[in-house]
Every structure is written in C-alpha cells, then in structure tokens.
Design a protein around this ligand. Structure first.
Ligand code: SF4
Ligand code: SF4
Length: 434
C-alpha cells in the first residue's frame, strides 16, 4: 500500500477547501449545536464562531470560541441538517480541532494520540479476555484472512469496531439474530481493525488515515457489497471521513457502509416470526443524536416485540456515545440524572442503552435505580428465547478490582495475562469513574 497517511491528508485538505468555498458563515450550525451552551461558548454572534472556525481551517489562530467549539464537539450531528449550503459542519468542526491541536506540534500530537490508543487497546484486550473463553472470543474476533481466501462473498461483513468485545453479549446477540435470519456474514473488528477515530479525535489525522484505510482494505477482502457497522463512532469516522477520502483519492467506493440496526429494521418482517415470546416491559431508550436512523431502527425492532411498550422521555438527545461526553463531565452527569429522573417518572421497568460505550457506563448505576439497566439487544434476545448473560455488568457490579481478579482467575491463567496489567486495565477501564 502507498503512504496512505499522506494521500488521506491530501483528500482531507481537498474537502477542507470545499468547505471554505461553500460555507456562507450563516451560523446556523452553531445555533443547532447542543454542545455550545453546556460548554459555555459565547454564541451571541454565531457567524463569528464560524469565522473563527474557518480561520483555524485556513491555518490561522482562530478564536477561543472556535477552539472551544472544536474541543467539545461530540459528533452529535445536529449541525448537519441545519446547513443549507451542502457543508457537513461535523466534518468542518472535526477538521478545526485537528488544526487547533496542530499548534502543539506533530510530535506532541502523535505521542498523545498513541498513548490514548494504547490505553484503549490494552483495556479492550484485557476486559474482553476476563469474560470470554478463547473459542467464543474467536467467534467475535476471527483471525484476519488474506483477500484471496474467500470462495464467495458473504451477504454482509459485520464490522464490530474495536471495542464492543468489552461487552461481548451485545455482539453475540447480534450474531444470533443474523444466524436466525440465515444471513451469511464475516465478522471483522477488534483493535487491529480500528476506524481511526481515536487518533482523529486526538488530532493525529495522518495516523487516523493510515488506520482507517487499512481497515477499509480489510473490510473489502471478503468481497461483500455491504458492510454493516455496530459502532456509531466507526460509522461516522469510516462513513464520513475515511471512505469519502478513499473515494476522492482512489476513485472507487469498495463497499456500502450502514448501521446494522438499520439493516435489521429493514428486515423486520423476516425477523417478526422469531419474536415469539412476549416481553411485558415499559422500555425507555438512552438515545444519542449522531445517527438518528439508528434510533428509529431500534424503536422499530422493539415495537415488533409482543407486549413491549416503548416509552419516550423528554430529555436532551446529544452525542455519539457516552464516552464522547467526557469532554463535559458535569453536563454528562446532569444528563444522566435527568434521564434517570424522567425514566422513573414515566414508570419504566427498563432503561436500555443502545450503544456499547453507553452501556458500560450505564450498568454501574444499577444499584441506584429502581428499573433494570440493560442493552436493547437483550430485549430482542428475550423475545427470541436467546439469553446471553451480561458478564461486563456482573463484573462491574462487583465494584472492586480484587473481587474481579479472583472471579476471573481461570481466564487470567488461560490467557496468561499479567496480573499488574489486568489490575491497571480494570482500574482505568472498568472502575475509572468516567
Ligand atoms: S457534530 Fe454536533 S457537537 Fe459537533 S458541532 Fe455539530 S452539532 Fe455540535
Ligand atoms: S457550515 Fe453551513 S450552517 Fe455552518 S455557517 Fe457554514 S453554511 Fe452556515
């Protein structure tokens, strides 16, 4: 493969030039952004915030408001539909963040991004191994095969992203549903098939490009026309950044990428005969803003379950996943308080996460609420008669590193994990208090 990092950057710069040409500085994207107010950004002159953002894109110093906006963007995407001039402001703001971080110098940016990625990667490796026997882990993370190794293309590639395997029951439930539907699939994901968002968020666009394009090449190996993503961060990063850059640089689009929930909702009539067990629950969802089509799809799936009632909550819907909201910790805690309060007032039996990173943070609060906290895939499983236990929740609710280590002793030994690494990963990842 050529120096994909460099051509990725060329493609990004071409898109930035298009933004600079097309943006009229109307400021509607600032007005629509749900992060502006909680971040304390002075948006009395939205056009000025945009002008500062464009200045960053041109290599200028920008303004404090523009830098802050770029820093707190959680990819909610409300800005996208607000723009009447064909700009994707989510891309614009992400590129402004990269420009702002570039002021720290290449070496610092690369080092920070590398540290961030290494922590995530180690956490994923350890936390998944504390839950899964090797053969189950292989089902979710099969070894990568060469392109010529596939006799015929599967119906789909299921792209899990890098870290859903920390909450493996979610991905395993998806596989069970695909099996019942008779879909042929190749599962691809894990840390080596990262979308590049970790590096991109930290400002290291060149590494993000290399990682994202390596992943696109891998996802294209089985020859499936459709790749279905689980992770919303991967969907945005590959779908809106890496794939368009690939197409711009290379002139082809190797596959169509869309969220797996939308695919399943599109096949609801095929799925309905399997949703046989009534689930007598009042369910509210922890909605996120980045992919509205996923929210609609999850509701379609849940409404097909006999006797299940979906309850709407009047709370703000922002961000991609809970981890993105860590840029504004007070706002994040307040949002969760409002979600729990609204769910209790609505008398729900169940408050369900949609995405895996949200789920990891949510389940820790089980002792504090009167309703059950689970992932929506568990409800689909329940109606289909499939139960896969949430081992992450079980370990997390032990509340203590020593207890988890003792409980996982067999798997720690089976994988030959270093105890200090396990403790460190648990401290940061499971009991990090994020
Ligand atoms: S993507 Fe969302 S958080 Fe980012 S700027 Fe747009 S509206 Fe704001
Ligand atoms: S990106 Fe679109 S919405 Fe935002 S200022 Fe430019 S033209 Fe207006």
């Amino acid at each position: 493969m050529p120096d994909s990092g460099a051509s990725f950057l060329d493609a990004l710069h071409g898109r930035v030039e298009d933004v600079l040409d097309a943006c009229t500085r109307c400021g509607k994207c600032v007005e629509a952004c749900p992060m502006v107010e909680p971040a304390g950004i002075d948006a009395s002159d939205p056009a000025a915030v945009v002008e500062g953002t464009l200045d960053l894109l041109r290599g200028g110093t920008g303004t404090p408001e523009a830098e802050r906006w770029a820093e707190v963007c959680t990819n909610s995407g409300r800005c996208i539909s607000a723009c009447d001039y064909g700009v994707n402001p989510r891309f614009m703001v992400n590129m402004a963040r990269i420009a702002a971080k570039a002021k720290q110098g290449d070496e610092v940016v690369r080092r920070n991004a590398h540290r961030y990625y290494s922590d995530m990667s180690r956490g994923t490796r350890v936390i998944s191994r504390l839950q899964l026997a090797p053969e189950v882990l292989t089902r979710l993370n099969p070894p990568l095969r060469p392109a010529g190794d596939y006799d015929s293309p599967p119906d789909i590639v299921f792209y899990t992203g890098c870290n859903v395997i920390k909450t493996p029951h979610i991905a395993l439930l998806v596989l069970e549903v695909l099996d019942r539907l008779g879909v042929t699939y190749e599962v691809m994901g894990g840390v080596p098939t990262c979308c590049g968002i970790q590096q991109f968020k930290q400002g290291d666009a060149k590494t993000a490009g290399r990682v994202g394009w390596n992943t696109i090449e891998r996802l294209s190996r089985p020859g499936a026309a459709r790749v279905l993503s689980w992770c919303p961060s991967c969907q945005v990063q590959v779908g809106e950044v890496a794939l368009p850059a690939w197409e711009r640089a290379r002139g082809d689009m190797p596959f169509e990428l869309s969220p797996i929930t939308e695919y399943l909702a599109g096949r609801i009539e095929d799925l309905r005969p399997f949703l046989v067990h009534p689930v007598r629950k009042r369910v509210a969802l922890q909605e996120r803003a980045a992919l509205p089509g996923v929210m609609a799809a999850v509701k379609t799936l849940l409404r097909a379950i006999p006797e299940l009632e979906v309850v709407e909550l009047d709370v703000p819907v922002v961000s991609t996943q809970a981890n993105h909201l860590s840029v504004l910790p007070k706002f994040k805690a307040e949002l969760r308080r409002r979600e729990f309060e609204a769910a209790a007032e609505a008398g729900v039996t169940t408050f369900a996460s949609i995405f895996h990173a949200c789920h990891r943070e949510l389940v820790k609060f089980q002792p504090q609420v009167s309703f059950e906290l689970l992932n929506f895939m568990e409800l689909i499983g329940e109606s289909m008669g499939i139960h896969i236990p949430d081992l992450y929740k079980r370990l997390s609710l032990m509340g203590d590193i020593d207890a988890v280590v003792a409980d996982s002793a067999d798997l720690i030994a089976a994988y030959g994990l270093d105890l200090e690494t396990v403790r460190d990963a648990l401290a940061k990842d499971m009991f990090g208090g994020k």
